[in-house]
Design a protein around this ligand. Structure first.
Ligand SMILES: Cc1ncc(COP(=O)(O)O)c(C=O)c1O
Length: 383
């Protein structure tokens, strides 16, 4: 810590320098992130509520109202009108809270959780923290969890089954309807990790079909993770956890004697009211129509990218369900390195030997065209 403070101008100059080192979504070269440039209204709201703390909500009733309204909006999108929930630090905390609730509710010794092989690593972290044994269910040919594998792994120690609606690597959506049946038949808690897909799937054309159901309309689903700071176009941090039933909160309650409210249900104590304000501002500004337009944009470009990749002779790992494309060809790893050298921020997934691209709202048509041209040039030159 310096002894004497700097002038505001000098501090701002340093901040600007650091910010310039950060990559910018607007450049269109970030194709590996599940976050995006926040909506301008989210940024405004975040500034306006920068001092608000949802950890002490008696002091910030306006912010608390906005959080409740955001949760209500998410609940209505996910067909869970009577849900309760919170805005938390991200999908990791949301998944942790879900498994904590499930573990405390079941109260069995040597507890186990059935996780798809494709489950997000935040669930592995949660299992480590909560003393849960993660048993892994295998995937089918389209990288969705195999429901028969899940069924075989359920036993008297199982405290929860997890399904993913939009896996981080491929955007695959597990057969949540089948998992719901298994959960109901065995009296086991089902948590759906829709951190990414939860703000995409409700806006897709086939959203109303039974086949596509992944949310609270399925009776076995007890909780859902859905993150506004991914496809919700809001500022970081904004994860979301929704529970079907208020009674579940008893398994999460911690007494908080000196605050304006005597209990909390989240891990994080001091929580940014600005996250609630920012998500609220985006939901109000865009409405369902705005989200539908955003999702249509991303899915349209994903299709363009997928057909372009095929035309260049690459193989898709799976047909995209959401706005994620993964592909491979000759020398995929080398190709990924060369793409990075040329400034494309893409992920290489060693387990699947593929390059993964996430088509977020900051990606525009000309970025996709430029990417395909560049990819083709590298391919011609190197292979
Ligand atoms: C499916 C899924 N679950 C959970 C998470 C963790 O979310 P966060 O990084 O916000 O904690 C992610 C992050 O990408 C995700 O894709």
């Amino acid at each position: 810590m310096r002894t004497k403070g700097l002038s505001r101008k000098a501090v701002l100059a340093e901040l600007t320098k650091a910010r310039e080192q950060d990559l910018k979504y607007a450049d269109g070269k970030i194709l590996c992130s599940m976050c995006t440039e926040p909506h301008p209204m989210a940024k405004k709201a975040q500034q306006l509520f920068s001092s608000s703390n949802l950890g002490d909500p008696g002091l910030f009733p306006g912010s608390r109202r906005l959080e409740k309204e955001v949760i209500k909006n998410l609940a209505s999108l996910l067909n869970g009108e009577d849900c309760v929930g919170f805005l938390v630090s991200g999908g990791t905390e949301a998944n942790l809270l879900a498994l904590l609730a499930a573990r405390n509710r079941a109260n069995v010794s040597n507890p186990e959780v059935v996780l798809p092989e494709s489950a997000h690593f935040s669930l592995t972290k949660a299992c480590k923290l909560l003393g849960l044994k993660a048993v892994r269910a295998s995937l089918d040919a389209s990288f969705r969890v195999d429901a028969s594998s899940v069924k075989k792994l359920v036993n008297e120690r199982t405290i929860a089954i997890v399904g993913t609606a939009g896996t981080a690597e491929l955007g695959a959506v597990d057969p949540i309807g089948k998992l719901s049946e298994i959960a109901l038949n065995h009296g086991v808690y089902l948590h759906v990790d829709a951190a990414f897909g939860g703000l995409i799937l409700p806006f897709l054309k086939n959203a109303g079909s039974n086949e596509a159901a992944f949310d609270f309309q399925l009776k076995g689903v007890q909780s859902i993770t859905v993150d506004p700071h991914k496809m919700g176009l809001t500022t970081i941090p904004a994860g979301g956890i929704l529970f079907r039933d208020r009674a579940i909160l008893n398994y999460l309650k911690t007494e908080t004697p000196y605050l304006t409210e005597d209990r909390q249900y989240t891990f994080v104590g001091t929580r940014p009211g600005s996250s609630a304000a920012a998500a609220w501002a985006v939901f109000q500004t865009l409405g369902r129509e705005g989200f539908e337009k955003t999702v249509k944009h991303c899915i349209g470009l994903t299709e363009r990218l997928a057909s372009g990749l095929k035309a260049l002779g690459f193989t898709l790992v799976a047909e995209p369900t959401l706005n994620i494309v993964a592909f491979r060809g000759v020398g995929t790893k080398v190709l990924s390195e060369k793409l990075r050298e040329q400034g494309w921020l893409i992920s290489y997934v060693p387990r699947l030997d593929c390059i993964r691209l996430v088509v977020m709202p900051h990606v525009k048509r000309w970025h996709v065209v430029a990417f395909l041209e560049n990819l083709n040039a590298i391919k011609e030159e190197s292979f």
